[in-house]
Design a protein around this ligand. Structure first.
Ligand SMILES: [Zn+2]
Length: 80
């Protein structure tokens, strides 16, 4: 599939790819050179708990993403 780059360097990801890879407006993506150096690869970033890797009930505290269970665990440990 061929897409164009506009004058500001933007590329529109075709709708079928946005749907297939669950790319929503404001989705965070990671862009890096392909291993052969001939192109770019884009990954959707999925927020995860920094402690256990859970993707559910996340809260960001001091720039650290924690799930509810880990947040309660750390709060309990800090208050001991
Ligand atoms: Zn967690």
């Amino acid at each position: 599939m061929t897409v164009n780059i506009d004058g500001s360097g933007r590329v529109v990801i075709p709708k079928e790819y946005r749907e297939e890879f669950n790319l929503q407006p404001d989705s965070k993506v990671y862009l890096l050179p392909s291993p052969d150096g001939r192109g770019l690869v884009l990954f959707r970033l999925t927020p995860k708990c920094a402690n256990c890797g859970s993707e559910r009930e996340l809260t960001v505290i001091e720039n650290i993403c924690l799930c509810e269970e880990c947040r309660k665990l750390f709060k309990y440990m800090l208050n001991k």
